[in-house]
Design a protein around this ligand. Sequence first.
Ligand code: HEC
Ligand code: HEC
Length: 507
Amino acid sequence: MAANRTGPSARERRFVTAVVVIVAAAAMLGAWWSSRPAAAPEARRETASSAAPTPTGQPAVPKGTELDLLALTQTQRDAQNTALKAAGQGLAPPPLPDSRPETLLLRQWVGQAPPRPEKPAAMSEAARLGALIFVDRSLSASGRQSCASCHEASLGFSSPFDDATAPGGSDMMASGTRVPQPLRYAALNPEPQFTVEETPEADGGGLEAAGGFFWDGRASSLQDQAQQPFLAANEMANRNASEVLARLVKTPYYARLQALYGASSMADPDQALASVGQALMQFQLESPSFAPFSSRFDDYLRGSAQLTPAQQRGLMLFNNPAKGNCIACHTSVPSANRPLPLFTDFTYDALGVPRNPQIAANRNPAHFDLGLCDAHPPSAGSVMNGLCGAFKVPSLRNVAVRRHFFHNGRFDNLRTVLEFYVQRDTHPERWYPRDAAGKIQLFDDLPAPYKANVNRTEVPYNRKPGQAPALDAHEIDDLLSFLSTLTDADLTAQAQQNLARQGIRPQ
Ligand code: HEC
Ligand code: HEC
């Protein structure tokens, strides 16, 4: 869950209770990200504090259990259980197969999630304009590209391309360096924040990052983010804001932009681009198509759908700290402010994903994508160095419609992704090339000084070559079945087709 994990798991536990977290000085961070104080990422680990038996007679959650949950008070538990009974729809929470603490805590929430909204609220004028801009190709230098070209609505606004990266530029001959991120649920990301853990360096202390947009969090808001593709040379490729404005003036909705944002503001190129960013942000915030919460897992949390036995087993493996431990970064348990979890805790981590030779920029052996450090070269001795190679923890919602995985799209099969997680350390020869002397080049997509940043302590990464992987083939099947429950209702046919193409048949 953190970018800089160097200590043992005992350190993780102490982190929860003992670590003093201070917001780093703005001076230190100013050159990096906007240093506005932001809401803490909602899914920090907290300690379940109560060991009292629950009113339903379920076994109590042991003291000190570490989970991505707000600790519940007895009063909260009582209220929830009363609500559960009052729901009175004859929809008893389906049984989960074991009595681990994470299962019990999850069970507490079943039936609590808000229902699917019946009718979407009307969108504001800004959001409606954002919708028009989102699909308008005339705003690109090539005349052939809009936001929607790389964020395909029928795929939950994820990448439609066969290649890992997108084509772009004024002649559409340039190419990107990372997988286009899916936009569904992206608007729910918090703003970026850096915190410094005040622990001794030897105990895993250092910088921790969360929030922000892009794989490296370099945009502090959706408004800021949305302005960048217009000017990126390998995307919509306008040379500057004036060029964007010249294109905007010719659109049929320019008068509406003037009416909303003011004629003088819309005459200034920078302000016009900022307004376009604002409209695109509102569109993503207000349109229900960006956050439908209509997956089977959502319905399961609402108490209106059941999971199959394979899906239940997969959920348990996902949450079990000794097995998948996916929950450590991909938050799967509801909390008070997020009754339907987003499957990310918004932090960054270095997973040591192998280099993808299909990315054009990688033909240069000296080119490395350093994630959090890419836009801001680290300096000697800086605490920032510990973040090099870390990328954003993506939401796993609708992962079954994606065709390329990880920031560099190194894998195009979801089963292979899960195999990588559990075999990276036990069978490194399967993932990394050998040098001339036959030595395995571990973490070959990072320069030598930053290989140490790769997470090697947290389950499932805590194994040595030759040991058994944390999950066997059957368990990976179950996990795939569970991941398929995260597909929104409108994308299930796409997901089925996509998984079938990868040879995956969820049970
Ligand atoms: C040429 C393809 C392309 C186009 C056009 C494009 N994007 Fe993207 N988008 C990407 C890629 C690639 C990333 C990840 C880039 C990175 O991490 O550096 C991304 C990331 C994003 C993110 C960040 C999501 C997150 O979870 O952090 C948002 C939001 C977004 N794009 C919205 C837009 C909007 C709005 C437009 C139109 C103005 C647009 N994109 C145009 C390819 C594209
Ligand atoms: C220590 C934090 C951490 C843990 C534990 C973890 N992940 Fe991830 N996961 C990440 C990060 C960070 C990325 C993105 C890495 C990158 O692109 O370089 C990621 C990416 C992924 C992706 C690719 C999604 C996409 O859109 O590209 C999948 C699938 C995934 N994780 C599933 C899992 C599963 C299943 C587990 C449990 C077996 C798990 N993860 C455990 C942090 C974690």
